[in-house]
Design a protein around this ligand. Sequence first.
Ligand code: AMP
Ligand code: GLY
Length: 441
Amino acid sequence: MARRVMVVGGGGREHALVRHLAASPRNPEIFALPGNPGTRALARNLPGDPLDRNQVLAACREHAIDLVLIGPEDPLIAGLADHLRHAGIAVFGPGHLGARLEGDKEFAKDVLATAGIPTPSYHAFSTLDAALRHLATMTMPCVVKACGAAQGKGVAVCDAKSEAAAHLRLCLEDRAFGDAGARVLIEECLFGRELSVLVVTDGQDYALLAPSRDHKRVGEGGTGGNTGGMGAFAPVPLTAELCRRIDTEIVAPLLAELVRRDIPYRGVLYAGLMLTDTGPQVLEFNCRFGDPETQVVLPLMDCDFLELVQTTATGRLADYLQGLPDAETGGPDGWPGRGLTDWRRGAVVVVAASRGYPGPYQTGRPLELPADEPAAWVIHAGTGERDGRLVTAGGRVVGCVGEGADLATARSRAYALLDRVRCDNLFHRRDIALDAERTTA
Ligand code: AMP
Ligand code: GLY
């Protein structure tokens, strides 16, 4: 079993990953590259750029790392997992072929179409003229998406044609997202509630973690611009029938299609779904853990997270799953990976962000955080240090996590902790997980 584990990345998701690896009874030694002030309490932070594959490999060699978990999408899309695997290191995270599901939305659409998985209809364009001509024939609303990974800014849900045309110009004419916007999808807009499903797979077997929901808009009631996520909760109460459809209509055919295409995948595949009146549809895939979904899904795990990561990275997930209890508390009958996460409990994260986010914001403001408690703790996302003192250093600064016997308890713990964060430049949404306990059919 791995003893020296590296987490690549330095945001809230990576702090959560480090925290749950550190809870392993196997007492691993954990490294974070580059990590953040939150990971420093549990891991050794190593300087380095996750996009510099040789630097990451050199750090692995220097510290005799035997297992690497890659957090963010950019290094995965750039092939960091392939590079480390080639050097003999076990990696949790897909190679560049699998990461294309996130890095190339047109490719993802092709995989979905071949696998017969429900997804909004679309057209792809690489010239502004052709895209605008198509737009003229459409009824609104529609969704315009840069095909490549654009740091979460490539998607615009448009009510008016003028808005859609502006986003098309931003991508195709201004090249605001560089090559990531050189090709664009214009997609049918779906309505319903969103759901994040995290599938852990080693390419042969798979398990689903408890479903979660992110709150993407900056404003209360789901208003204002899209953000990286202002809060999340898990589990989302779903009917057994909906769980069955998610597994049989989406996850199983997707993984079968990856096998058919000879695309190896060891890591987590995040399916972003819209639950529509006619059933679940795929809006997007990510090739990594969700941020901030990870912060609320991992606290529901009763099992050793390190062992899950290790068996997945080494192609032995089946061994791990065999040892799981078939607990009724871990999802409906037949849910793959039942017993992995406890669906009776609840976890909620509320993000405190710098004023102005997702637009321009100030950083470097003094920050004081409350101490962690057994059922509520602070996850660092955009924090830094100046003269030995904690300061804000990003848009999403910290996430306050609460867990409990149900979502309402988890929610009140998260907000009680957030009330004790001291900083003069933060704001948060007060409605995270507010209607969480309503079951979605
Ligand atoms: P993506 O980066 O593809 O996840 O898109 C970001 C967000 O845009 C999603 O989480 C949804 O809230 C929204 N979105 C994307 N595609 C659609 C669609 N076809 N219909 C409605 N909303 C969408
Ligand atoms: N929470 C959305 C994402 O991780 O992409």
